[in-house]
Design a protein around this ligand. Sequence first.
Ligand SMILES: Cc1cc2nc3c(=O)[nH]c(=O)nc-3n(C[C@H](O)[C@H](O)[C@H](O)COP(=O)(O)OP(=O)(O)OC[C@H]3O[C@@H](n4cnc5c(N)ncnc54)[C@H](O)[C@@H]3O)c2cc1C
Length: 470
Amino acid sequence: MGLRTAEQYRASLRDERVLWYQGKRVECVLDNADLRVAVDHSALDFEVGHNPQYRDLAVATDPDSGEDYSAYYRIPRTTEDLLARMRLIELTTALGGTLLSIKDVGSDAMFALLGLLQGEERERIQAFYDRARANDLAVAVAQTDVKGDRSKSPSQQADPDLHVHVVDSSDEGIIVRGAKVHTSLTPNCNEILVLPTRAMKPEDADYAIAFAVTPDTPGVAMYVSPYSAGERHPWEFPASSKHKMLETLTVFNDVFVPWERVFLYRQPELAGPMALAFVEYHRFTAVSYKLPLLDALVGAAAEIARMNGVISAGHIRDKLTQLVIYNETVRTLIEAAARRGKIGADGYCRPDSATTNIAKYTFATGFHDAIRAVQDCAGGLLVTGPGGHDWDNPEIRPVLEKYFAAAAPAAERLAMINLISDLTVKDFGGYHAVLAVHAEGSIEAEKMQIFRAYDSARPLGLARRLAGLE
Ligand SMILES: Cc1cc2nc3c(=O)[nH]c(=O)nc-3n(C[C@H](O)[C@H](O)[C@H](O)COP(=O)(O)OP(=O)(O)OC[C@H]3O[C@@H](n4cnc5c(N)ncnc54)[C@H](O)[C@@H]3O)c2cc1C
């Protein structure tokens, strides 16, 4: 199959998966208007593969068979491959209204497991990857457990199910129980790849597991978060009326997983390295998919300042300059993470860990300041402006056109206000703000990894030499 069409992807979602949304069972993700927005958004990743304009970035060709497959599944082997992956993620996120699409996260996890595992487990993940690539599957990753009391390890929790764990095993496979949370893309994926969320000690061995299930596996239940629910007028919500990602509480009620789908079984010493191996790729993806959002903020701030007639004001120029510095710093850092990528003994090229985490940290800690600068340039209309139904009404529109014109016609100015409001103020804006801080790991997690991964030989050597110690 190689490259599926968007329609083939949509058709693959009609199965028995158990979805709960807004207090009710949803029979099929395709038939619910809110959830369908997420399906159509994710379909972008399939559309680019068939669009000649994007072929160079979106399609890879197997050198042996000559068969095309999605470039998302190309294992990076050079720094150029990493840059190409960054550009593909940037492309689909820009087409996707600043929201990442569906093939990024799963491919990050598969690369990590392929690079880490040995022996039989390596063969299993190879077979899983080969099938995902050949069938162009959309793979979600459930890593974050509900976790309970954060000061306690999995086995110390009052309820043993607060991290996903194994409860039984047989010659056929294992039975797992527990719940993951914030799991993106599960309602509209083809596979859920489950990874450990943290390092584990020997007493946590039952929790040191990794496996894959299809979303319709008996015992898997998904409870979909309702953020950005309900009808959205496309004029009022130019991005979030068309683009959406779904997160679930993903519950495993004594789910049977056959051995060929188990990639880690009661090996606590590998839980930490596995979590980290995923994050090594995933934070690179994370910053790559932020680039269109940052470009959109810079562009929107400059445009609204011009439309408001304040583009020449000194303090506005200062804010725009700060936004440009922030945007270009993040971009330069993630490009540097790719260029500094290291090729391991396995032939895989991994982005430089310290630089990737510095990029993610710079993005996450600067985001709220950037939002404030954009909102400052835009003015209070971000929350007091008219709605889409007002704009559609021929009796009201002339009033809006007359009174909201500034240095640009009202139609343009209000369109830009609506974009900024959608991206920074309303529920999609709130989602972006929390995504910035927490998704792909919290700010503290990034700092920890910067400290661990930074190669201090150069500064230490210089300091010692200047001090006359060598
Ligand atoms: C929109 C969105 C999408 C996401 N998608 C996915 C996904 O697809 N798959 C997935 O697996 N995960 C996903 N995540 C989860 C994301 O990785 C987590 O939100 C992140 O790791 C933080 O975990 P948490 O939300 O449980 O917060 P917490 O871990 O509770 O963090 C809250 C605060 O407590 C601190 N903290 C936590 N534990 C400790 C401790 N032991 N000691 C000291 N301080 C501590 C943190 O640093 C932070 O400041 C997503 C998150 C978001 C917001």
